[in-house]
Design a protein around this ligand. Structure first.
Ligand SMILES: Cc1cc2nc3c(=O)[nH]c(=O)nc-3n(C[C@H](O)[C@H](O)[C@H](O)COP(=O)(O)O)c2cc1C
Length: 328
């Protein structure tokens, strides 16, 4: 039975939706909606089909990763409110709504289940700026591996040969993406919503820059933006992959939760990160991203981590747009 005190207040709902909405998402599409459960003691997390990016993400993989990241933020915010978050992924099966239901009716069992990650929810940003030539400490890498594992996802920090392989595949994918007019048009339509990328006005960006992947090209052989000379970038970026054993919607939701868990931990440790998604957008470059020595598995995402300046804040939909308070 749900006690009255288990019901979420308007302020709780606002705080939860705001935290969820701060998650990273492909092209900042923010493809989520949050809806209180009928007894108001939890939240349903829905996909927002109006925010789909079908040319780049025809299967909704990136959409589910983004929603998973929002889900992890909800879990952190729930702990901040002193509530335990019991998550059921895809309660009605694949393809049906909602993507997850979070029961928040019980008090938090562990005082700080993830450490104190709540401040990192607001502080986290994509940083596409040059990073310093400074290694991510092994102890942090070990934490990221454990954090991702807790979400059912494998985090692998790549050795030099792996970094070079991933950069070559990213470069190849970038060229193929740039030649695809439908994708380019779709990307442009999302980026029109953003006046600049990391402080660089969109109008000043070259053709490859328009997809918000600017300085990554400093590593992949493309000429970097004139305001961001290649030599300012770290000599060899520190790249990690997030991979899952299977490749269904639940795996994508888990990947998003692992991504955000690692990213918030990294933020709390003073590290920056950004996503390199190009190579996973094309089936054959995605397949070749796997480390053959690691055996089967599906690479879901490439993450660049390191020390450097923070990225610029990006806009978010107002809470009223993502929090669905309609009855029924
Ligand atoms: C599935 C997914 C794919 C992404 N792909 C890229 C990418 O290829 N390049 C990039 O620079 N950022 C990428 N991002 C980061 C988003 O652009 C970023 O999260 C969004 O613009 C919001 O900005 P913020 O992370 O600073 O809050 C991706 C994020 C997600 C969740």
């Amino acid at each position: 039975m749900i006690t009255e005190s288990a019901a979420l207040t308007a302020a709780d709902l606002h705080l939860l939706a705001e935290a969820g909405g701060r998650a990273p998402s492909l092209h900042n599409s923010q493809p989520w909606r949050f809806r209180p459960t009928p007894d108001r003691s939890g939240l349903e997390v829905h996909a927002d089909p109006a925010r789909a990016v079908p040319a780049v993400d025809p299967d909704g993989r990136a959409m589910h990763i983004s929603i998973g990241a929002a889900l992890f933020n909800l879990r952190v915010a729930a702990a901040h409110l002193g509530r335990d978050a019991a998550v059921r992924l895809l309660p009605a099966g694949e393809g049906a709504q909602p993507r997850a239901v979070v029961d928040l009716s019980a008090p938090v069992r562990e005082k700080r289940p993830f450490g104190d990650l709540y401040p990192a929810v607001a502080a986290r940003r994509s940083s596409r700026q040059p990073f310093a030539n400074r290694d991510v400490p092994e102890a942090f890498v070990a934490e990221f591996i454990t954090a991702a594992q807790a979400e059912g996802v494998t985090f692998t920090m790549l050795e030099e040969h792996g970094v070079r392989r991933v950069l070559a595949l990213t470069s190849e994918a970038e060229d193929r993406i740039a030649a695809d007019a439908a994708r380019e048009a779709e990307t442009r339509s999302w980026l029109r919503l953003e006046p600049s990328v990391d402080g660089i006005p969109l109008a000043a960006l070259g053709s490859h820059d328009r997809d918000a992947r600017v300085p990554m090209r400093g590593f992949t052989g493309h000429p970097p933006h004139p305001s961001t000379p290649a030599e300012r970038f770290e000599a060899l970026p520190q790249l990690a992959t997030l991979a899952t054993h299977f490749d269904g919607q639940a795996d994508w939701l888990r990947t998003g939760q692992a991504l955000e868990r690692v990213w918030l931990l990294a933020t709390a440790h003073g590290l920056r990160a950004s996503v390199l998604h190009q190579a996973v957008e094309i089936p054959d470059t995605r397949w070749r991203l796997r480390d053959p020595a690691e055996g089967p598995g599906h690479v879901q995402l490439v993450l660049r981590v390191g020390y450097g300046p923070p990225g610029a804040a990006t806009p978010r939909r107002p809470v009223e747009d993502v929090l669905d308070l309609r009855e029924g």
